[in-house]
Design a protein around this ligand. Structure first.
Ligand SMILES: *Cc1c(COP(=O)(O)O)cnc(C)c1O
Length: 447
């Protein structure tokens, strides 16, 4: 076991010039582990000599792996605008700079500057959302899932909540409406059938124990053919007649009319507000195009009760979230839709997408055979299920690579596209103009 004696001593090893400028505690931890492994290998007769350079390189490699950022920028060339796996909505840079100002300094988050005493965390965002939507009050929580949970827990614990069987959905990430209800303490009363629910089903279900009539956006699926559901407008009326709460989990809430006739299946929050509802909730980072958050609106009296629930302390949001949301809603209020990347992408004309696609095609024409394709994509994120919107894509082709090989090579460079009809596509609906050059360079490298 002469080899054991040649194992470098940790102190000496980590003092080597090769590790200069690196974090000594981290180098030390990694080195100890690697030297221990070396000892084990020697004892198991797995190696015959020690190469110190190899050891140094191993430590350096491990070090780089640890400090390399795990969360990285990705170019979304899938065409899916609200792509939950790719971070959903992009934050506008101006809004981000505003939020940076707030986050990197002290601020009036819970301070009333006029009165010089404690203020309300939610007052800032409430002002701008109430102005935009005409609601009485606003509460912001961690995400829409927590909004659903907080609402059910506050108003329906040990009481009944009536929901149509057609709306007992599972959303991505195994968020299941019946399971969320059960854990909030609410008792689910299912009405209707999978394909049809009538107004009389709601009326018949109401009893002493009923606290709420709840409608849930079907998120990522749709029922076609022999089917009907009850408009929220009528549900609100039944709730009011019976003096109980009506609540619509809208999933993705948006404040403006959507293009491509999408509004018919996905009415805006403004439209729903015309029905005089009690409670609505929706996500901050779906079609609203902002940061992860759950937005709860409408009746002041109900929101006051939500604010008294101890759970709110666990679901509350940070100043950064509130600052970003405030800027986003202000952009909508002022009609600056182009300031909201999610909406800008949705509203971009295909002629503009074609221009961008042509720009990339021209730039790489010498190295690959590309073709501009008119096709369709979806918004995604559990919005507008099964509804297609037009888009322009560039089919990238190389003689010796199959589409899934191209997909893999570009994915290794953080460019995520999609395969359609056995072609690899870069969809310009979601490609940001500033990223076209990066894609060009990546394609040059793999060529
Ligand atoms: C997306 C969605 C949720 C969950 O929203 P998050 O903001 O992702 O927590 C809840 N309900 C419906 C109907 C949804 O579409």
């Amino acid at each position: 076991m002469i080899l054991l004696k040649s194992i470098p001593k940790v102190d000496k090893f980590i003092a080597k010039d090769e590790f200069k400028g690196m974090s000594t505690p981290l180098i030390s931890t990694i080195s100890k582990k690697i030297l221990q492994n070396l000892r084990d290998s020697i004892l198991n007769n797995e190696i015959e000599e020690i190469n110190e350079n190899d050891l140094i390189n191993k430590v350096k490699e491990e070090y780089e792996k640890i400090i390399e950022p795990s969360l990285q920028k990705v170019i979304n060339a899938t065409g899916v605008i609200v792509h939950t796996n790719l971070g959903r909505s992009l934050i506008n840079e101006k809004a981000f700079l505003k939020a940076k100002d707030i986050a990197t300094s002290y601020n009036n988050l819970e301070y009333d500057l006029e009165k010089g005493k404690r203020g309300e965390r939610y007052a800032h965002i409430s002002k701008v959302i109430c102005q935009t939507l005409g609601c009485e009050d606003v509460l912001i929580v961690n995400n829409n899932a927590s909004a659903v949970f907080l609402i059910l827990n506050t108003f329906a614990k040990n009481k009944e909540v009536v929901v149509s069987r057609g709306e007992l959905v599972e959303i991505g990430g195994s968020f299941r409406v019946p399971d969320v209800m059960a854990s909030s303490g609410a008792k689910l009363v299912e009405i209707g059938t999978t394909n049809k629910t009538h107004l009389r089903d709601y009326e018949n279900a109401v009893c002493e124990q009923t606290s709420m009539l709840m409608k849930v956006h079907k998120s990522n699926y749709s029922i076609e053919g022999f089917s009907s559901e009850v408009d929220f407008e009528d549900i609100v009326k039944v709730a009011q007649e019976n003096n109980i709460i009506d609540y619509y989990d809208m999933g993705s809430g948006h404040f403006i009319d959507l293009p491509y006739g999408l509004n018919e299946s996905e009415p805006s929050v403004k439209k729903i507000m015309e029905y005089n509802p009690s409670l609505l909730s929706f996500s901050g980072d779906k079609l609203l195009g902002s940061v992860q958050a759950g937005i709860i609106i409408v009746k002041k009296e109900l929101i006051a009760k939500l604010k008294k629930n101890q759970l709110l302390r666990m679901l509350r949001v940070d100043k950064i979230t509130l600052a970003l949301l405030e800027e986003n809603v202000k952009s909508i209020l002022l009609g600056s839709i182009d300031d909201i990347p999610t909406l800008k992408m949705l509203f971009t004309k295909t002629s503009k997408l074609k221009e961008n696609a042509t720009m990339l095609k021209t730039a790489i024409d010498d190295i690959c055979q590309c073709e501009i394709i008119e096709t369709q994509t979806v918004i995604g994120g559990g919005t507008t299920p099964n509804k297609k919107i037009p888009t322009i894509a560039l089919a990238v082709k190389f003689k010796n690579y199959k589409p899934n090989k191209i997909e893999k090579l570009l994915r290794a460079k953080n460019i995520v596209g999609r395969i359609e009809n056995e072609q690899f596509l870069l969809d310009f609906r979601t490609i940001q103009e500033g990223d076209i050059k990066i894609i060009e360079n990546a394609i040059r490298e793999i060529a």
